[in-house]
Design a protein around this ligand. Structure first.
Ligand code: ADP
Length: 835
């Protein structure tokens, strides 16, 4: 075409006019073509390519290009014809106008040499064999969008027509570029929006005023059980609604017109928690639905946009937490855990499971069902009965497996395991009627001890258990175990508290040492025996409390069971603060330590000792008078010796006095045994105390050694005493006899009677050996003698004062002694004045 143009200048005017017309037509055609292209083109690239073709045809240029300013403000080739890669790469970015040029004009170059390009650009253009160029700006709204370029291979005089056409096309192109760009951006953003809507977790539903669905994203479709949006949109609304029961947060039916989407159509924005219970499965889906109205130009709502957020998982977690919290509360409320476990079983159905059975493991290893609940309430009793008839003892029963391993057991298909759980075919058949689908058994374990199991089962249409359910079951078991253990510990602690309380009152000493030999229990009897208070003993090493414990320990037999032959107490001497005490002690060890129990036998041992001494003394006491009597009798019997009268009387006197002594000893023993056997009766009457005292003293005076004198002093107006005269005589006899006996160096024994208060006081005072204050109580004990080994040569049975005290007691009186232990003793007897 360019050669034709060159030829034109030499043609005739008519030809020129004709040619001119043809050009005009071509121009108009080009404009139409471009306008049409612009109208049809949907993408910018398509538009620009079409525009290049139209430009070339309309202008007769050899080559053309369109460049647009990109985001970085650089002019870049977007469409072209006949340009090399090298040229485009070199020329890109070049612009004859400043980027912010207010009204850029086309730049027309007829000859390259005259263009005034810089050397690089000129070289580049020349290399591309371009001779003439036109730069036509694309301007829209006063902003430079880019340019289109026309090129001629030869020098070209750009005509005014060329310039006009270029302008027109440029304008069209610029506005089309803007529009197409906007369209592209819009479609890109709506595409993005659709993608976002498709991928968001929130369900989005748009409803029209008639209630029909205008739009739904995939999440919303999935939420109501459709696999695609298309299927959801195609479904009829009543059909969709019929699949669900719609409930509010409190599980109460929610009328469809109260749903937020419907309320938005009435112009009300709202948010609401909605529960969709799928009728077919019973499954519940929870969501927060938030809806807003969309208004038309007149301000009335035409659409509602609902955003549905699925909170089923949160709700389920919440429900689980609430269940766990409630279960914990129940468990902690009472120590009657069996009843509580039964309630928990009931509570768990149907929220967590269709069937729950809780078994406890008894100490003897047997399994006892304490709670059972079934989705069908009528089957709960049946379940318990079945458990009784067929306890879960089959080796492969999941309950047994859980007990054995201490781990939870999950059964994805319970029915597949029915046979291994069953004892026999009939049992297996019954398991099938319970219709559990999936199952979980969790062991109840506390401090390493398996206490039982919780067994959960699902029943159609409940969904089968998943990992979250297993976790929940484990958590429930953990809490139940804790409560069970607490209750058991509490009971044990209570039992121990009772035991400890009982130990407070037993006479036997009991102390408990832990594994480290520290005292953990120390009862009052122990405190008394070792003279260490409980508060001081607790927590201390036993070695610090009992002198010589190391050695002692070796002598105490320790049994491992409380009842066993090994537990024979050992009697050992213990030094308690310098005093020897005899303890009969035994011990039992248990996992937490050793319990020692002992009885203080010091007193009993002393009595034993006294008894031994008594036998020795009595035999001595009996032997001495007997020997004297025997000796006297033999002498009297002898024919070979002639005895003087006085000698005979002396010997007979010995026989008489020694017999008397014998009689008194025997008498004491008889009195004592009568007192012991409780056969001693007292007949209290009003007696003349002075007369009675004198009657006692008289015969004693005759037996008394010469250097001991006896005297009775009594006021004349002494009132009568209330006493049993025989018993009172015995008391006075013993006391006066002792006064004489324990005055080996002689002296006076005075019996002084007086009236003090409501009593008649008998005071028997001697000047003899005295009684040390420490022993003044003990001398009234049975068999007790200050001088058991007779070192002082005074014999006795140790019964006399004992008899006195017993008799005075029975006559409602009081007896005691006053002595400094060195010189003389004074015995007092107070008896009531006779009424
Ligand atoms: P006994 O037969 O030994 O005299 P008693 O029961 O009469 O037994 O007395 C107990 C002990 O009390 C005596 O062994 C003696 O040591 C002491 N006793 C009793 N009376 C006197 C006394 N008057 N003076 C000193 N000691 C006495």
């Amino acid at each position: 075409m360019s050669s034709e143009t060159d030829d034109l200048s030499t043609h005739s005017a008519s030809v020129s006019a004709h040619e001119e017309l043809r050009r005009r037509v071509a121009e108009v055609d080009a404009i139409y073509r471009i306008a049409d292209t612009i109208a049809r083109a949907t993408t910018l690239d398509e538009l620009l390519t079409e525009a290049i073709d139209a430009l070339l045809t309309a202008t007769g240029a050899d080559r053309a290009a369109v460049l647009l300013v990109d985001e970085d403000g650089v002019m870049r080739f977007r469409a072209w014809r006949g340009l090399s890669d090298a040229y485009r790469a070199g020329a890109e970015g070049h612009s004859p106008w400043a980027p912010d040029a207010a009204d850029p004009e086309p730049v027309l170059v007829s000859r390259l040499a005259e263009a005034g390009f810089d050397a690089d650009l000129e070289r580049l253009v020349r290399a591309e064999r371009i001779e003439a160029l036109a730069f036509v700006p694309l301007v829209h709204g006063g902003r430079l969008l880019g340019k289109f370029m026309l090129y001629h291979d030869r020098p070209h005089e750009w005509s005014e027509g060329d310039v006009l056409l270029s302008h027109t096309i440029a304008n069209l192109l610029a506005s089309a570029t803007i529009r197409t760009r906007a369209q592209e951006a819009l479609s890109a953003s709506s595409h993005q929006l659709a993608t976002i809507m498709r991928t968001v977790d929130e369900g989005i539903v748009v409803q029209s005023q008639t209630g029909g669905l205008v739009y739904s994203n995939d999440a919303a479709a999935r939420f109501v059980g459709f696999s695609t949006t298309a299927a959801f949109l195609a479904a009829s609304r009543p059909d969709v609604l019929a699949q669900f029961e719609i409930l509010d947060e409190q599980h109460q039916p929610l009328p469809p017109e109260d749903l937020p989407g419907r309320r938005a159509l009435r112009g009300e924005a709202s948010e609401q928690i909605v529960c969709y219970r799928i009728r077919a499965t019973g499954e519940e889906r929870w969501s927060v639905v938030r809806a807003n109205p969309v208004y038309d130009a007149s301000g009335s709502p035409v659409l509602s946009v609902s955003v549905i957020r699925d909170i089923t998982a949160t709700k389920a977690a919440e429900q689980r937490l609430r269940f766990l919290a409630r279960a914990s509360e129940l468990l902690n409320e009472t120590l009657d855990y069996e009843q509580t476990l039964a309630r928990i079983a009931e509570m768990a159905v149907p929220m967590l499971a269709g069937q729950v059975v809780i078994d406890l493991l008894d100490d003897d290893g047997s399994i006892r069902c304490v709670g059972a609940a079934h989705f069908d309430p009528e089957k709960s009793d049946y379940l318990r009965d079945l458990r009784r008839r067929y306890p879960p003892t089959a080796a492969d029963h999941p309950v047994q497996r859980a007990i054995r391993t201490g781990e939870h057991v999950f059964l994805a298909d319970v029915q597949a395991h029915a046979d291994e759980m069953a004892h026999d075919a009939a049992h297996a058949a019954e398991i099938r009627t319970l219709a559990n689908t999936s199952g979980i058994v969790v062991p109840l374990i506390a401090r390493g001890r398996t206490l039982g199991t919780i067994q959960l089962g699902t029943i159609d249409p409940q969904p089968r258990f998943n990992d979250a359910d297993v976790e929940l079951a484990i958590e429930l078991a953990r809490r139940a175990s804790l409560a069970l253990d607490n209750a058991r510990l509490y009971r044990a602690a209570q039992a121990r508290a009772h035991a400890a309380e009982a130990l407070e009152f037993v006479d036997d000493g009991v102390f408990l040492l832990d594994g480290d030999g520290l005292v953990r229990l120390w009862n009052p009897a122990a405190a008394q025996a070792f003279r260490v208070k409980s508060a001081k003993a607790l927590g201390r090493p036993i070695g610090e409390l009992i002198h010589g414990w190391e050695m002692l320990q070796g002598r105490i037999p320790v049994a491992t069971r409380p009842t066993g032959n090994a537990r024979r107490p050992q009697t050992v001497p213990v030094d308690v603060k310098g005093e020897e005490r005899w303890l009969s002690i035994s011990a039992v060890s248990f996992p937490g330590g050793t319990v020692y129990a002992f009885r203080d036998l010091t007193e009993e041992r002393a009595v034993e000792q006294l008894k031994t001494d008594f036998v020795a003394t009595v035999s001595h006491e009996l032997r001495t008078p007997l020997a004297a009597i025997y000796g006297a009798a033999l002498t009297l019997q002898r024919d070979d010796i002639r005895l003087e009268e006085s000698q005979r009387d002396g010997l007979l006197g010995i026989v008489a006095s020694e017999s008397d002594r014998l009689a008194r000893i025997v008498n004491d023993i008889l009195w004592a045994s009568r007192l012991d056997s409780g056969q001693m009766g007292v007949a209290i009457e009003s007696c003349n105390a002075a007369k009675l005292a004198r009657q006692v003293v008289e015969p004693l005076r005759s037996h008394a050694p010469d250097h001991v004198t006896l005297a009775v002093e009594a006021p004349d107006d002494l009132p009568p005493v209330a006493a049993d005269p025989d018993k009172l005589r015995q008391v006075l006899t013993n006391l006066i006899d002792n006064g004489v006996k324990y005055s080996p160096d002689g002296g006076r024994v005075l019996v002084d009677l007086s009236h003090t208060g409501n009593c008649i006081r008998f005071r028997i005072e001697d000047q003899g050996l005295g009684v040390p204050p420490a022993e003044q109580d003990r001398i009234f004990e049975k068999f007790f003698r200050l001088d058991p080994n007779l070192t002082l040569g005074v014999g006795g049975t140790g019964l006399g004062l004992y008899i006195c005290r017993e008799l005075v007691d029975r006559m409602h009186g009081r007896i005691w002694v006053v002595s400094d232990g060195r010189r003389g003793s004074t015995f007092f007897v107070d008896l009531p004045v006779a009424a």
